[in-house]
Design a protein around this ligand. Structure first.
Ligand code: PLP
Length: 445
């Protein structure tokens, strides 16, 4: 047994047994950062230290941790109906939740397919897109257009349309995908909110269509605001331009809103906030406040109707796709409770109200050591740090570890630090968080 209290009584063998996801396992297991409990906007670590949750879990827990309404709903559901077969049978909560979700969606995004995660939502959306064109007699439309710096989860479709090289490098060939340029340009550095310049980058899609032919392209998939690459809000007019080009060429537009749906950008969805409606939207994370895995793909009715309108007998499946845990009863109970909580406590409005303060305080870090860019929208923020000794990922790690020691959890990824505040964050907590990051930056070589 290792005597370090951070091990929480774990042996080295136990630590070694768990191959951790998206984690530097060798480093973590030398100095584990273990979290024991969570309440509201704070974690408690293995040392009993209170730690502010500066990323709402992994962009999941905007309503705060261990909320009674959600935990009670889960517990009640587990006692009443712990599992129901997802295929050919149902339970009432999935229909209630599906309908509830459509109330958070722009008009006409009104058919909900449940999954178990963001990655599964993305795979589902890509399959629906291809299947849709096949049903319409256009089977050659199979290629996808993603975007550089895009993150769409970790499954084959997701890493193929995704644009973070490190997530693709060791896996070889995925599905057929080409990529738009990202919009993080030098002229937009330190933009507050949506950058002014860059709508023209959407016109690259016209070039890609000219080369690839719309007859071969099923869909364009983008995050309306990229999250995992370090928070990249869309330039003014950019998403509208993408929408126009997709409509003109008969290509579906998919918004991956796994981070942005249900409050992160100060509105129900990114689509609503940026006033552009996709044909399909992928969601997860905030649906259940992160408490239980769940994702949902929301499609416009015409896509659903196209699948339903088959000439075969009605006992035949229209979409041969689904997961054992699609619409899991406990996840549905958590989802219903979460959406109710968002409304009861007006958490999305609170997230919108705090956004200007967060923006101003975040940008006060401009001029701090190592900072080369700052971006924000709603309660999401990203800082880019200059590379140290040619290793871009090193400084963000060092800064995040210093923040952790000071009692603040922030995400580090690539050359960025990322923030996603809980929706009920107080002004004074924004101050403390930004001060801690400022100190961590100045203490880092
Ligand atoms: N899509 C986006 C935009 C995401 O941000 C994420 C996760 O961060 C995913 C997909 C994948 O979600 P999951 O990790 O639940 O599979």
């Amino acid at each position: 047994m290792n005597n370090n209290p951070a091990y929480c009584g774990l042996s080295q063998e136990q630590l070694d047994a768990h191959w951790m996801p998206f984690t530097a396992n060798r480093q973590f297991k030398q100095d584990p950062r273990l979290i024991k409990s969570a309440q509201g906007r704070y974690y408690t670590d293995a040392f009993g230290r209170k730690i502010f949750d500066g990323l709402s879990g992994l962009w999941t827990c905007g309503a705060g941790h261990s909320r009674d309404k959600i935990t009670e709903a889960i517990s009640k559901q587990a006692k009443e109906l712990d599992y129901a077969p997802a295929f050919q049978f149902g339970h009432t909560k999935s229909f209630e939740l599906a309908h509830r979700i459509t109330e958070f969606m722009p008009a006409n995004l009104n058919r909900v397919f449940f999954t178990g995660s963001g990655s599964e939502s993305v795979e589902t959306a890509l399959k629906i897109a291809r299947g849709y064109w096949r049903k319409k007699g256009m089977a050659s439309k199979t290629r996808f257009v993603g975007r550089a710096k895009g993150y769409h989860g970790v499954n084959w479709g997701g890493i193929s349309v995704g644009g973070i090289g490190a997530n693709r490098a060791i896996y070889g060939q995925g599905i057929d995908a080409i990529h738009l340029p990202h919009t993080m340009t030098a002229e937009n550095q330190f933009s507050q909110g949506m950058p002014e310049h860059g709508a023209h980058l959407a016109d690259e899609l016209e070039q890609m269509i000219a080369v690839n032919d719309a007859a071969n392209i099923a869909a364009v998939i983008v995050e309306p605001m990229a999250g995992s690459a370090g928070v990249i809000p869309p330039p003014v007019g950019y998403l509208k331009r993408l929408r126009e080009i997709c409509t003109k060429h008969n290509i579906l537009l998919i918004f991956d809103e796994v981070i942005t749906a249900f409050g992160r950008v100060g509105a129900n969805t990114g689509a609503e906030e940026f006033d552009v409606i996709p044909d399909i939207m992928t969601t997860a994370k905030q649906i259940t406040n992160g408490v239980i895995p769940m994702g949902a793909v929301i499609s416009k009715q015409e896509i659903y109707d196209t699948f339903m309108d088959t000439s075969g007998p009605d006992y035949m499946l229209e979409l041969p796709h689904g997961y054992t845990y699609s619409a899991h009863p406990i996840a549905c109970a958590a989802g219903l409770a979460t959406l109710e909580l968002l409304e009861e406590e007006q958490l999305i409005a609170r997230s919108k109200a705090l956004a200007p303060t967060f923006e101003q305080k975040l940008h006060s870090l401009q001029g701090s050591s190592h900072i080369t860019d700052i971006r924000n929208y709603g309660l999401a923020g990203g800082l880019t740090l200059a590379a140290k000794d040619g290793q871009p990922a090193l400084r963000p790690y060092e800064v995040a570890m210093k923040c952790w020691q000071k009692g603040f959890y922030v995400r580090y990824g690539g050359d960025t630090i990322q923030l996603g505040l809980p929706f009920s964050t107080e002004d004074s907590e924004v101050d403390s968080l930004i001060n801690a990051i400022g100190e961590a930056l100045s203490e880092t070589e």
